[in-house]
Design a protein around this ligand. Sequence first.
Ligand code: SF4
Length: 340
Amino acid sequence: MKLSTYYKALGFNVMLSKEVRYLKAHQYFASAIFSTSSTMKKIVKLRNIYGDEVDIGGTGMDISRKLPPEIEACFPDYSLYDHTHYALGFLTRGCPKKCDFCIVPAKEGKLEMQTESFSGFVPPGWQNIMLLDNNLLGYANAHELLEEMVVNEYKVNFSQTLDIAYLDQYLYPILLKINSQNSRFTRKRIYFSLNHPGSIRQFEIRKSMLKGFGKDMVSVVAMYGFDTSLSGDYARWMMLRRLGLVTFFQEYWPIGGVAAQLPEPYFDMDLDEVIRLTFRSNGINWEKYLRWLNRLYFKTFGRYYQPLIETIYRYNNKTAIQRYLKHPGTLTSELYHSYL
Ligand code: SF4
């Protein structure tokens, strides 16, 4: 969107194509957020069509590449997507932490202001704002930015989640006043993340603050499949249930060559205790975790664990269990994705 603004100001027409196909133009740009196999296939197609004429950026291609300052400073051209529902942007970039799986510290460096605040990307009169900041609360002057959200009565989606470690008695009352929203801006919701059992205590000691946000208001994105064992995952799921937090289970997507580092053995506790758990909200998302467990179990032991399969097929697609049980070797991501 910034490239679009920049080139329109130079007198070009700019168009967005989500399909890979031949178009006649003066310049071509593409952006790859993740380096997944489907993205890589598209990049190959683009190269076949445009050769070196297409300039491909984005984290999926090169984490060190940045827009030139004069383009980075442009106001985003929302019309490119015919998009008017919310403004999208960063107030800050970077993070002071260094989680093993995360490219933000290497890509963005230390935490600092990115724009001249909301005016850098929020069109006049727009109230819905999706923030892309990776660790907003860790920013030294976060309170000023939060206050600005309150004063302007913005509806804010903290899309990259907030870091619970920075939720303190100083920021909490301001956050309470912010109209935090889900990504569709259809209901109030505030997001935190919990990627490691070592952070459970951070939630426990702030449980009254979390409760203060309101029932079903706090959602926690919990990553699995990177470096935690089954017992570590279980400890997190139990705490999230205990505190009544809406859990969003998120499988680790390898990025930048950082492979998952699952401990050996991963299955270090009674699996029945885990699969017995239920989650009041987000049941489908929990089922995704169970399916991941199922694949990992098969990969580890060369056989499936029937109680786990019965749990997965408990509510949905009951007939498919027979097909699956006849062909346990089909426990692959293909089956998983076709089901989803
Ligand atoms: S706190 Fe968040 S943004 Fe910072 S390194 Fe960890 S995962 Fe990345």
